[in-house]
Design a protein around this ligand. Sequence first.
Ligand SMILES: Nc1nc2c(ncn2[C@@H]2O[C@H](COP(=O)(O)OP(=O)(O)OP(=O)(O)O)[C@@H](O)[C@H]2O)c(=O)[nH]1
Ligand SMILES: [Mg+2]
Length: 287
Amino acid sequence: MFCKLLRLRLQPGSPVHAVAQRSIHKLASLQKATALPPKKMQSLLFPFSEVEAYLDRSVDRTQFQLFHPSLEDMLMAEKLFCASESHKIEYSSSAERMDHAPALKQPEVCFIGRSNVGKSSLIKALFSLSPEVEVRVSKTPGHTKKMNFFRVGRAFTMVDMPGYGHRAPRDFVDMVEPYLHTRKNLVRTFLLVDGSVGLQKADLIALEMCEELRCPYVMVVTKIDKCKHGALLTNLLNLQHVLKTETSSCFPQPFLISSVHYLGIYLLRCFIAHVTGSIRLKDTSQS
Ligand SMILES: Nc1nc2c(ncn2[C@@H]2O[C@H](COP(=O)(O)OP(=O)(O)OP(=O)(O)O)[C@@H](O)[C@H]2O)c(=O)[nH]1
Ligand SMILES: [Mg+2]
């Protein structure tokens, strides 16, 4: 009964729903984060700082901290993720094949990775300041079946891809590969791996493909809120080794993310704004 009532009161348009939406909005904003104690804020903005304490002194940390923008830069980037009358953030279209993909001029970034790794959740977290943008996530692997295009004003487009592995191996061959091969306005590909399990065979195949295509890509380590420290460290060090020895098109710094607790979301917003040319970082030595 209570649940029914709650659901009723949380209907879109109801006053309670509006309050709930506002609190999500607050949680996701940098303004809110700056009110946290310094250590907490540091791990929210730069999640690697949390892990770093557990690393052996001999481990080279520079690779994990190459992109280290100022708070001012992050605030500038955050504005791009807030919709307004003149800056619409919206789902634009879906496509099952490249000839159905919208012809767009603005820079584009895409998110690829195994089914269930958290691609759609990451896009949802990035858009959490504009909660009216609907991004569907699901516990069931293979949920996203098409390439979904989201427009961020006139600044850039973000593309949510179907996952590979599990029940959707064809999607990858039919959609992701042709997309990466042909998309002219694609400026960065984000390849997601699950922090608890690390690089899997399917991830290495995707990584090899990005290398072959020489498409600039970035590794994102997801669900770090669920990872045991030991497992996350082992997987990070293995990833660091692979990036150093087997890649040349990959940005050396992996981005650590929790889409549930917004860890690393602020940093990734800033990186996306930067690589799409939407903001100019104040201190260029940090790029
Ligand atoms: N704890 C935790 N769970 C997450 C996180 N990101 C995603 N999940 C959960 O993981 C599941 C899969 O998330 P999706 O975002 O739908 O995964 P996907 O990669 O888009 O999956 P496909 O569309 O099937 O390729 C959902 O149950 C999410 O709630 C995270 O950062 N932390
Ligand atoms: Mg999805």
